[in-house]
Every structure is written in structure tokens, then in C-alpha cells.
Write a protein that binds this ligand. Structure first.
Ligand SMILES: [Fe+2]
Ligand SMILES: [Fe+2]
Length: 193
């Protein structure tokens, strides 16, 4: 039997297939390794700035002092959040004590150099060399964190997104404390008069 004209439905606006947009790929939440690596990149940029200052044979020791202090502050806070929060959690999760012990020893060497830089005058002959060597230490340390520690942490069952929130909160607290350290002597001086 021939199909009647009425039965032969002409596609209307409502029956036409509307192109369905593929759901946007869920954006991966930033995890603890992303957060720490952002610190690594920020401090690397500061070391580059310092290198440019030394290459320009700048006599501006105040600019060097300012940059070196900024590097020391960023690294101190970064090492603290790693040691307080990230390293203990990763140590438990990846069960690689050698790797974690090496990283801890590298932190101690970096902290020793940071203390020396803080105690020196920027005009000291060895000041540039100390900052340069600190940058080299950190490059080596970051490479190991990225290629070994972060890879193992991401392959473990660790809640790295939850850990990122803890790291962020502690970093904010420590940064605020560091800022306070800078203004404290001035405040104390004012109170003494
Ligand atoms: Fe580290
Ligand atoms: Fe790190």
C-alpha cells in the first residue's frame, strides 16, 4: 500500500536532529604537585632575574638584596609546606624512604645556604656566587621532585587535590608571617619611642 502524504512526515523544526555539542572536557582540578610546581616556576623566574642583574654588572646592591630576600622567603615557605604537609603524606603513600630522605637532606643544604645569604651583605664578594649556587641546588632538587616524587605521588592513592587545599592554606599563613617579620622591627622601633 502506498504511503499517504500525511503519513510521510516532513521534518519540521521540532523533529530535525539538533547538533549536540559534546560535553566540555572536565577540567582537571589542580593538585598538590601543580601547586608546588607553580612555586618552582616562580622561584626559577626570580633566579633568572638575579642572573640578569649580575650579567648587567649592576652596582645596584639594593636590587640584589631585594631579589635575594624574595628568593629566600619564597624558598623557605615552599620548603616548610613540603616538610610539614607534602613530604610526610607522600612518604607514607609511595613507601620510598631513600627518595624522601634525599629530598629532606637537599632541603637542609638549601636552608643552610639561605641562612648564609640572609646573613651577608649584598656587596660581599661571595654574595652572587651563593645565590647562583642556591639556584643550581634548587634546579637539581626540583628536577627530582618533578620526575620522581610527583610521578610516584600521582600514581599512588594519595588525595592530591585535598592536599593542595592544605598546602595553599598553610602557605598563606606562612607568607603572612614572613611579611610580618619584615615590618615587625619597624613597629618595635616605633613603639620604643
Ligand atoms: Fe623540595
Ligand atoms: Fe619543591
Amino acid at each position: 500500500m502506498a504511503t499517504s502524504a500525511a503519513a510521510r512526515k516532513t521534518p519540521t523544526a521540532s523533529t530535525k536532529a539538533t547538533p549536540v555539542r559534546a560535553p566540555a572536557k572536565a577540567k582537571r582540578q589542580k593538585d598538590a604537585c601543580d601547586l608546588l610546581d607553580a612555586d618552582h616556576k616562580a622561584v626559577k623566574a626570580l633566579f633568572k632575574d638575579y642572573e640578569s642583574l649580575t650579567e648587567s654588572r649592576s652596582r645596584s646592591t639594593s636590587k640584589k638584596r631585594q631579589l635575594a630576600d624574595q628568593i629566600c622567603k619564597e624558598l623557605t615557605v615552599h620548603a616548610t609546606i613540603e616538610e610539614e604537609i607534602f613530604y610526610p603524606a607522600v612518604r607514607k603513600a609511595i613507601k620510598d624512604n631513600d627518595l624522601m630522605n634525599e629530598a629532606t637532606v637537599e632541603h637542609a643544604s638549601a636552608k643552610d645556604l639561605i641562612a648564609q645569604i640572609k646573613g651577608m651583605e649584598a656587596s660581599d664578594d661571595l654574595f652572587d656566587a651563593k645565590v647562583t649556587v642556591l639556584g643550581e641546588y634548587i634546579d637539581h632538587h626540583v628536577k627530582e621532585e618533578r620526575t620522581e616524587m610527583f610521578t610516584k605521588a600521582r600514581a599512588s592513592k594519595l588525595d592530591l587535590v585535598g592536599l593542595a587545599a592544605q598546602l595553599r592554606q598553610r602557605k598563606d599563613e606562612l607568607m603572612a608571617q614572613e611579611e610580618h617579620k619584615v615590618v615587625k622591627p619597624v613597629a618595635e622601633l616605633a613603639a620604643a619611642y
